[in-house]
Design a protein. Structure first.
Length: 322
C-alpha cells in the first residue's frame, strides 16, 4: 500500500485523492449532516449545515489540500530524501480516524490555517528580511486560533522556530505577534459590528479548563493510546530522522518535535474535550510519522502496520469496534 505513495508524481496525487475518497465512502452511502457552529460567520454556518454532500466535498478538499501541503513542505525543505506522498497518506488516514464518525468538523478548517502557518515559518531560514513570511505565520495562526482556540498554544512554536532558524530578534517576533493580533483585532471589530462581541470574548475567556477524562468506556481510549504509542515511537527515532540532514532541516525537524509536546499540553485549553481534539497533533504526526514510514528499513513491517491502521479505521467506522 505504501508503495502507491512512494513517489511524488501526478499519478500519485490522483491515487492519494482516490484514497481520501475511499475512506469517506461510507458518508456518501449513508449521508450525515454534522452540526457545524462558526459563531461569527452565519453565512458559512448556513452553507456547511445545508447538505451532507456539501460537507463531504469540503471535507475531502480540505484533507487532500493539507496532505499535499505537508508532503510539499517535506520535499522543498529537504526534511527527507524520499520525495514521496507517504506523509500525505499518513495525514489522510490520521485525519479520517480522528474525525470519524463526523462528516465535517471545524477543527479541520482551523488545521488548514495552522498548516499554512508552519509553512510560512519554514520559509524564514536565511531569508533577507522575511517580513511577509513572519507576518503570515502569525496571521494564519491567529485565524486557526479564532476557529479553534487551542491552536493558540503554537505561538510558542513560532517563537521556538524564530529562535532556531534565525536567532531570536524582538523586531521579528513583533512581526509574528502583530500578524496574530491583526486577526484578533479585525475579528473583534467584525464581532462588534455584528453585535456579537460577547461571543468573541467567550472564545478566549471560556476556553481554559482542567480536562475531565471519562474512564468508563475503554473504547474511547483506543485512539489516544495509539497516538501516545506513535509519539513514543517517533521520539525513539529522533536521531535517525536527523541523520545526514542539513542544518536547517535538522532545526525544522526539531521544531516539529516541539509541536508534539505543545499539542499534548493543549488539552488544558479546551472545554468539553473530545476525540476530535487529537486533530491538533495531525501535522507533527504526519511529518515525522511519514518520514519514518519512508525509510527503507523494516519496509514490510511498516507496510503491514499501515494496512493494519487502515483496517482499524474501517473497523471503527463500520461499528466493528466500540
Amino acid at each position: 500500500m505504501l508503495s502507491l505513495f512512494s513517489r511524488n508524481l501526478f499519478i500519485n496525487v490522483i491515487i492519494l485523492a482516490v484514497f481520501a475518497i475511499a475512506l469517506h465512502v461510507k458518508l456518501f452511502v449513508t449521508p450525515v449532516v454534522t452540526p457545524v457552529d462558526l459563531p461569527l460567520l452565519d453565512a458559512a454556518d448556513t452553507l456547511l449545515n445545508s447538505n451532507s454532500y456539501v460537507q463531504s466535498i469540503i471535507t475531502i478538499v480540505l484533507i487532500l489540500t493539507q496532505a499535499l501541503l505537508i508532503s510539499r513542505y517535506i520535499t522543498i525543505h529537504r526534511l527527507s530524501r524520499a520525495l514521496s506522498l507517504i506523509p500525505g497518506a499518513v495525514f489522510v488516514l490520521f485525519t479520517y480516524s480522528v474525525l470519524e464518525p463526523d462528516n465535517f468538523n471545524t477543527i479541520l478548517l482551523a488545521n488548514l490555517f495552522f498548516v499554512l502557518s508552519i509553512g510560512s515559518l519554514f520559509k524564514i531560514y536565511k531569508k533577507y528580511q522575511p517580513i511577509s513570511a513572519l507576518f503570515n505565520a502569525g496571521f494564519y495562526l491567529g485565524v486557526a486560533s479564532l476557529i479553534y482556540f487551542p491552536y493558540f498554544i503554537f505561538l510558542i512554536a513560532l517563537v521556538i522556530g524564530l529562535y532556531n532558524l534565525r536567532n531570536f530578534n524582538l523586531k521579528e517576533f513583533l512581526q509574528i505577534f502583530f500578524g496574530l493580533m491583526s486577526v484578533l483585532f479585525l475579528s473583534g471589530v467584525f464581532a462588534f459590528y455584528q453585535d456579537k462581541l460577547d461571543i468573541w470574548k467567550a472564545i478566549f475567556t471560556e476556553s481554559f479548563s482542567i480536562p475531565d477524562f471519562d474512564f468508563s468506556n475503554i473504547y474511547l481510549w483506543i485512539k489516544p493510546i495509539l497516538l501516545i504509542v506513535t509519539v513514543l515511537v517517533i521520539l525513539s527515532v529522533n536521531n535517525t530522522l536527523r541523520k545526514k540532514k542539513k542544518y536547517d532541516a535538522i532545526r525544522k525537524i526539531e521544531l516539529t518535535y516541539s509541536l508534539c509536546l505543545l499539542g499534548l499540553l493543549s488539552i488544558f485549553m479546551v472545554q468539553d474535550i473530545n476525540l476530535h481534539h487529537l486533530m491538533i497533533m495531525s501535522v507533527p504526526i504526519s511529518i515525522l510519522g511519514g518520514m519514518v514510514l519512508e525509510q527503507k528499513e523494516y519496509y514490510y513491517v511498516k507496510e503491514f502496520l499501515f494496512l493494519l491502521l487502515i483496517g482499524f479505521f474501517i473497523a471503527t467506522s463500520y461499528g466493528f469496534i466500540g
